[in-house]
Write a protein that binds this ligand. Structure first.
Ligand code: 26W
Length: 799
C-alpha cells in the first residue's frame, strides 16, 4: 500500500488521542503499541474485506488448515512488512522520537503452540497469503498460551502465559458466526419414514463456539486470508438445569489452555474434547459459508474446499465431516465417504511412538457417541471390503479400531487422499517402515513435502543487517523470491563481500551479547564461536550430546590451561514439557555446568555456556541471526524434519548435524564441505534395532574420555545435581542410552574439531557461510505451500 510519513504521523497521533486521550509526549509504550496496531489494522481492513468479496464472488476452491497449534509470535512488524510500509512507519516514528523496536516489544508473543508443528503452521499462514493462495487456518483461541519459563536455581519453573490481558488488537470476534458443538448424552437412530435412519439425541452437553478471526496479510499483494480461532462459551439459551458453576467451568476449560507437551501422547479427556471442539466448529462454519455463498449441491463440495489435518490432532475431521454430510445433508454413505476422502489430506509430523495418538474406545463412545458410531461404521465397511482383497493380516494391522483403541493416524490415512511426511528421509521412513502396511494398500496416497520457513520473518524482519548486505550485493529481488539468493554464489571469492558478511554477523553477535549480558549477567566474547542449540528439550534431540562435548573441552582445558582453542559460547534455549522429568533434569544439568564453567577463572572466556530462559519465537529472532553454528544433532531417523536448521542456514550459520530430517537436504543444497556431518545413519540405527546389539556401558567402560565425563555427573565434579546427575548417568549406562548419545560421541568430537579448524580460517568459514545463504531458496515455505496447493489441495493462486 502507499503511505506517506505525513499521513502516518497524523493517523498515529489521532489514534493515540482517540483511544487513550493522550499524546506522544505522555503515552506509555503499551499505549503506543495499541495505537500503532490499531492504525495498521485500519490500513488492511479494506484489503481484507475486498479479498473476502473476491473469494466469494469467484467461488474458487479454498483450503482450510486445521491445526491444534499455531505459533505466530509477534505480528506487528510482519504486518508492516507485508503491507510494504515497514520503513515508512519506522522512519516516521523516529521523527516523532519513537523507536519502533521498543514499541514492538510491548506486543506479547502469540504462543498458542509448542514447537515445530505450531511454528510450521504459522510459517504456512504467512506463505499462503504471500503467494496469493486462498487458504485459511482453523484452531483454538487458548486463553493461556505455552507457559513462560523461568529458571530458578537452575530449575525450570512454569508460569502462566496470560497473553490476552491487554487485549489482542489483531483479532475480530465474530459472535454472529458462532456455532454449537455437542458432547456426550445418548444417541439412537430412527427411520424417518422414507427409509433413512436419522440420529436422535438426548442429554447432550452444549457448548457455544465463537470464532475470532485474525487476518493473515500477504506480502505486498492483495491477499488477506483468515486464521480462525475458536473460543468456548456457555450458550445463551442454556436450559436452567445446566446453569451451574461446574458447567461454566467445564465449558471455559475447553479453550483455556494449550496442552504443553510436544512429545508425549496423554489420553486426557479434555484434550479429546478440544480436538472435537475445533474440528466440529471449523467444519460447521465451512459448511455454512459454502451453503450461503455457493448455494450449490453439497455433493460437489470437494470441488470447492480442501481440509488439511495437521498431525492427527484434527483427525476427527473425517467422522465429523461424514456426520455432517450424512446426518445433516442427507447425503448417502458412499457418496459422503467418497467426498470426505477427496476433501481431506493429512500430514504426519513424527514417528515417535509415544506421540502417536490413540484414544480408548470407551472414552470416544461416551464423549462423542455419534462420532463413535460413524468410526465403527467406517471401520466395518472397510474391513468387509478389503478382507477378500488383501487378506486378514494387512487388514488387521491397518484397522482404525484395534485392541479397544481408536488409532488416529489410521483414521487420518484411511479417511483422506493424501498422507505426507515433512522431509524426504521422513517420508521414506513412513513408506518403508512406520506406515508400510498402509503404503502397500494405498501407495498413491503417500508423498513428501519438505518443510520450509517464512523467510520474510526469518531474515527480512529479524536480520536487517544481513538483509542490507544482500540488497547491496545482489539487489532486492531475493525479498520476493528466495531462490534469487543464488546470485550470491558468484561473490564467493569477493573479499569485500565476505568482509561485509562478517561485519553483519559481528553486529548481530554484539546485539545478542548485549542481551546475554542484560538477561544472564554473563559477558561473552563476540569473537568467539557462537554455537547454538535452540529447540524443545527432548532426549531424541540430544542436547545431552552437546553437553558431553562441552564437558570434554572443559576437562581438556583444566588439564592443559595453555591449550590453543578457539573461544566458544555455547548457547541453549529450550522448554521442557512440564511433566517430562528427564528433560527437566537436563535443563538443571546445563545450568549447573554453565555456572561451573562460567565462574571458573582458569577458563576465562575460552568457554562460556549460556542458557537463555523462555525460548520463544521472539527470542529465536534475536538468537539465530547471531549464530555461527546451529546444532541439529538428533539421532538419525527421529527428527521428522526440523525447521530451525533452515533458519540457521538462511542466517549464514553452518550446521553441525546428523543425517536426519531436512538436514540431509540442507547438506546437499549447500554443497560438500560447507557444513559438518557426523553420526549414525538411519540405516545403521535400524540395524541396531534389528540386532539389539548396542551396548552403551561398553563405551563407558572402554573410552576413558567418556568415562571421565560421565563420572563427573555422579562424583560431585558438577555441583548441585545430586538427583539429576545419577539420573542422567543411569540413562546412558544402566538404561543403555536409548538415543545412542555415546555411540555418536566420538564422531561428534571429530566433526567439532573440523569445525574449529575451519573457524580459524576466517575466509574459508565465511565462504561456507555464503554458500549456505546462497542455496537456502528451496527451504522457503513459499515453495512448500505451492507444492501442497498443486499436489494435494488443488487450489490456485490469485493472479
Ligand atoms: C500428542 C502430543 C504431541 C504433540 C505434538 C505429539 C506430537 C506433536 C508434534 C507432532 C511434535 C512436533 O512438533 N513435531 C515436529 O514437527 C515439525 C514440523 O513438521 C518438524 O520439523 C519436527 O521435526 C517435528 O518434531
Amino acid at each position: 500500500m502507499k503511505l506517506s510519513k505525513k499521513q502516518f504521523k497524523q493517523d498515529f497521533e489521532e489514534r493515540l488521542t482517540s483511544k487513550f486521550a493522550t499524546d506522544i509526549t505522555k503515552a506509555g509504550s503499551q499505549e503506543k503499541y495499541a495505537a500503532l496496531a490499531s492504525v495498521v489494522k485500519h490500513y488492511y481492513t479494506k484489503i481484507w474485506a475486498d479479498d473476502n468479496d473476491y473469494k466469494d464472488e469467484t467461488g474458487k476452491k479454498q483450503a482450510y488448515y486445521f491445526s491444534i497449534e499455531f505459533l505466530p509470535g509477534k505480528m506487528l512488524k510482519s504486518n508492516l512488512l507485508n503491507l510494504g510500509i515497514l520503513n515508512t512507519v519506522k522512519e516516521a516514528l523516529a521523527e516523532l522520537g519513537i523507536n519502533l523496536d521498543e514499541v514492538a516489544e510491548s506486543e506479547p508473543d502469540m504462543a498458542i503452540g509448542n514447537g515445530g508443528l505450531g511454528r510450521l503452521a504459522s510459517c504456512f499462514m504467512d506463505s499462503l497469503a504471500s503467494t496469493g493462495l486462498p487458504a485459511n487456518g482453523n484452531g483454538i483461541r487458548y486463553r493461556y498460551g505455552l507457559f513462560k519459563q523461568k529458571i530458578i536455581d537452575g530449575y525450570q519453573v512454569e508460569l502462566p502465559d496470560s497473553w490476552l490481558n491487554n487485549g489482542n488488537p489483531w483479532e475480530v470476534r465474530r459472535a454472529d458466526k458462532a456455532v454449537e458443538v455437542r458432547f456426550g448424552g445418548e444417541v439412537w437412530l430412527e427411520d424417518d419414514g422414507k427409509g433413512n435412519l436419522l440420529p436422535h439425541y438426548k442429554n447432550q452437553e452444549r457448548v457455544l463456539a465463537v470464532p475470532y478471526d485474525t487476518p493473515m496479510v500477504g506480502f505486498e499483494n492483495t491477499t488477506v486470508n483468515n486464521m480462525c480461532l475458536w473460543r468456548s462459551e456457555v450458550p445463551q439459551d442454556l436450559d436452567p438445569k445446566f446453569q451451574n458453576l461446574e458447567y461454566m467451568r467445564q465449558t471455559s476449560m475447553l479453550s483455556a489452555e494449550l496442552y504443553p507437551d510436544d512429545s508425549n501422547y496423554d489420553g486426557r479427556l479434555l484434550r479429546l474434547k478440544q480436538e472435537y471442539f475445533f474440528v466440529s466448529a471449523g467444519l460447521q462454519r465451512i459448511m455454512r459459508h459454502y451453503k450461503s455463498t455457493h448455494k450449490k449441491d453439497v455433493r460437489n463440495i470437494a470441488d470447492y474446499i480442501a481440509v488439511h489435518i495437521n498431525d492427527t490432532h484434527p483427525a476427527l475431521c473425517v467422522p465429523e465431516f461424514m456426520r455432517i454430510l450424512v446426518d445433516e445433508y442427507g447425503v448417502g454413505w458412499n457418496r459422503a465417504w467418497d467426498t470426505t476422502v477427496k476433501v481431506m489430506s493429512y500430514t504426519n509430523h513424527t514417528i515417535l511412538s509415544e506421540a502417536l495418538e490413540k484414544w480408548p474406545e470407551d472414552m470416544v463412545k461416551h464423549l462423542l457417541p455419534r462420532i463413535y458410531q460413524i468410526i465403527v461404521e467406517i471401520d466395518r465397511r472397510r474391513t468387509a471390503e478389503l478382507l477378500p482383497k488383501i487378506g486378514a493380516t494387512l487388514v488387521h494391522n491397518t484397522r482404525i479400531i484395534r485392541d479397544g483403541q481408536i488409532h488416529m493416524a489410521h483414521l487420518s490415512i484411511i479417511g483422506s487422499h493424501s498422507t505426507n511426511g515433512v522431509a524426504k528421509l521422513h517420508s521414506d521412513l513412513l513408506k518403508d517402515v512406520e506406515l508400510h502396511d498402509f503404503y502397500e494398500i494405498y501407495p498413491e496416497r503417500f508423498n513428501n513435502k519438505t518443510n520450509g520457513i517464512a523467510d520474510r520473518r526469518w531474515i527480512q524482519i529479524s536480520n536487517e543487517r544481513l538483509s542490507g548486505v544482500l540488497d547491496e550485493t545482489i539487489g532486492t529481488s531475493w525479498r520476493h523470491d528466495l531462490n534469487d539468493l543464488v546470485k550470491l554464489e558468484v561473490y564467493k571469492d569477493d573479499e569485500s563481500v565476505l568482509e561485509c558478511l562478517q561485519a553483519a554477523k559481528y553486529d548481530d553477535k554484539l546485539r545478542l551479547a548485549a542481551l546475554i549480558k542484560e538477561r544472564n549477567g554473563i559477558v561473552v566474547n563476540p569473537e568467539a564461536i557462537f554455537d547454538v542449540q535452540v529447540k524443545r528439550l527432548h532426549a531424541y534431540k540430544r542436547q545431552l550430546l552437546n553437553v558431553l562435548h562441552i564437558l570434554k573441552l572443559y576437562f581438556e582445558l583444566k588439564d592443559e590451561p595453555e591449550l590453543d582453542v578457539v573461544p566458544r559460547v555455547f548457547i541453549f534455549g529450550a522448554k521442557a514439557a512440564p511433566g517430562y522429568h528427564y528433560a527437566k533434569s537436563i535443563i538443571k544439568a546445563i545450568n549447573e555446568i554453565a555456572n561451573m564453567i562460567n565462574n571458573d577463572k582458569t577458563i576465562a572466556d575460552k568457554i562460556k555456556v549460556v542458557f537463555m530462559e523462555n525460548y520463544n519465537v521472539s527470542l529465536a529472532e534475536l538468537i539465530i541471526p547471531a549464530a555461527n553454528v546451529g546444532e541439529q544433532i538428533s539421532l538419525a531417523s527421529k527428527e521428522a524434519s526440523g525447521t530451525s536448521n533452515m533458519k540457521f542456514m538462511l542466517n549464514g550459520a553452518l550446521t553441525m548435524g546428523t543425517l536426519d530430517g531436512a538436514n540431509i537436504e540442507i547438506f546437499e543444497a549447500a554443497g560438500e564441505g560447507n557444513n559438518f556431518v557426523f553420526g549414525l545413519t538411519k540405516d545403521e540405527v535400524y540395524e541396531y534395532y534389528r540386532n539389539g546389539n548396542y551396548n552403551a556401558r561398553d563405551i563407558y567402560e572402554q573410552n576413558p574420555i567418556v568415562h571421565r565425563i560421565l563420572d563427573s555427573f555422579i562424583d560431585g565434579t558438577i555441583p548441585n545435581i545430586s538427583m539429576e546427575g545419577p539420573e542422567i548417568f543411569d540413562s546412558l549406562t544402566t538404561y543403555n542410552d536409548e538415543y545412542f548419545v555415546l555411540r555418536d560421541f566420538n564422531d561428534y568430537v571429530r566433526a567439532q574439531k573440523e569445525l574449529e579448524t575451519l573457524y580459524r580460517d576466517k575466509k574459508a568459514w565465511t565462504q561456507a557461510s555464503l554458500m549456505n545463504i546462497a542455496n537456502v531458496g528451496r527451504f522457503s515455505s513459499d515453495r512448500t505451500v505451492k507444492e501442497y496447493a498443486d499436489d494435494i489441495w488443488h487450489i490456485k493462486a490469485k493472479k
